[in-house]
Write a protein that binds this ligand. Structure first.
Ligand SMILES: Nc1ncnc2c1ncn2[C@@H]1O[C@H](COP(=O)(O)OP(=O)(O)OP(=O)(O)O)[C@@H](O)[C@H]1O
Ligand SMILES: [Mg+2]
Length: 352
């Protein structure tokens, strides 16, 4: 795109406006800004929704770094908010606690299906979250490969459970005889297991349906304007399409803008390279909302920094040198007005 000034620049306003959304996944390659972007999205959603939960499913949890507050596996109110909660779950460690209550035959069966234990704890977590009645749930996911597996969980479980059920119906009689022979109580009987499976199946089917419903679920891809990230994003979009999960937003983070008259040869070269990939993003994803975020000189940590950065989610970034002084001031005034409005709304909410 030779002249980006002519393009209708994208923002993430569409996510804030889509009132039916229940699940928002934020994902992409390692270190591109997933945690930063999901945290900001949850902060913005908290201004328009009654209650928001942000969940980190990355074992390397960094919501605590972003918000500078400790979080655990139970939803905790984020400091300074009345309707924004955060929790960090680890899909791999909950397993033991969870299967403790199950009989060994069932865990044996479960163990025979790859990925089912992780899928089960993800399902248990979703079940818990479902009952809590949040208006919208944002996922800060782990780097791409892991996330794609996570999204397959409901399908893995549905298939796995069907397999276990069919095994049980085939060998049910034999199994009953055995449990009686070894004098096991009712807890280990047929009905207890079937009941548990049926209960789980319902949640899985419901979640699976919701994840595939573009009114309820969407996936926001975060990337940076570099070759590997472009490549990874394309892979991600294709996989999401395969799983029938909606995606129509791409955030391109860490963009270098020609703000000041840049003298550095290195920076100029990087900008040129970024422009090449930006052009490709716009070409490949012309039906997506593409939001560009500037690379800042400092990290984006703490609620204040996240809030300040959040304005780029709602108004396209304007490089200062591209506009004249009047325009620049107008832009600044409107940004400050936005911030003032937000602060006033929040004050009203906190008072209420
Ligand atoms: N536009 C930006 N300008 C400057 N720093 C940024 C920007 N976006 C993110 N950062 C910083 O870069 C670091 C990595 O960002 P973040 O943690 O959001 O990435 P991530 O994709 O979640 O990483 P990981 O894959 O490790 O979970 C953080 O320290 C964050 O504050
Ligand atoms: Mg992260």
């Amino acid at each position: 795109m030779a002249d980006q000034g002519e393009l209708p620049e994208g923002t993430l306003e569409n996510i804030l406006e889509q009132e039916s959304l229940k699940w928002v996944f934020v994902g992409g390659k390692g270190g591109v800004g997933k945690t930063t972007c999901s945290s900001i999205l949850s902060i913005l959603l908290a201004t328009v929704r009654s209650s928001v939960l942000i969940i980190s499913t990355d074992p390397a949890h960094n919501l605590s770094d972003a918000f500078q507050q400790r979080f655990t596996k139970t939803p905790t109110l984020v400091n300074g908010f009345s309707n924004l909660y955060a929790m960090e779950v680890d899909p791999t460690v909950e397993h033991d606690e969870m299967t403790e209550g199950m009989d060994s035959l069932f865990s044996e069966l479960a163990g025979a299906i790859p990925g089912i234990d992780e899928a089960m704890s993800f399902a248990e977590m979703l079940k818990l979250v479902q009952t809590m009645d949040y208006s919208v749930i944002v996922f800060d996911t782990a780097p791409t490969g892991h996330t794609l597996r996570l999204l397959q969980f409901p399908s893995v479980l549905e298939k796995g459970l069907a397999k276990i059920m069919s095994l049980k119906s085939k060998f049910g009689g034999l199994f009953n005889q055995m449990t009686r022979m070894f004098g096991m109580g009712d807890d280990f009987g047929d009905d207890a297991i079937v009941g548990r499976l049926e209960g789980m199946k319902e949640v899985i089917e419901q979640v699976n349906k919701q994840f595939k419903d573009p009114d309820m679920t969407t996936f926001v891809c975060v990337c940076i304007p570099e070759f590997l990230s472009l490549y990874e994003t394309e892979r991600l979009v294709q996989e999401l399409t395969k799983f029938e999960i909606d995606t129509h937003n791409i955030i391109i983070n860490q963009v270098l803008f020609d703000d000041e008259d840049v003298e550095s040869k290195l920076l100029k070269a990087r900008m040129k390279m970024q422009q090449k990939y930006l052009d490709q993003f716009y070409m490949l994803y012309d039906d997506f909302h593409i939001t560009k975020l500037p690379l800042l000189p400092e990290e984006v940590t703490g609620v204040d920094a996240l809030k300040a950065f959040s304005r780029h989610f709602k108004t396209p970034y304007q490089p200062l040198c591209s506009s004249d002084k009047v325009e620049r001031l107008e832009h600044r005034v409107s940004a400050l007005k936005d911030q003032l409005k937000e602060a006033e709304e929040e004050l009203k909410r906190v008072k209420a």
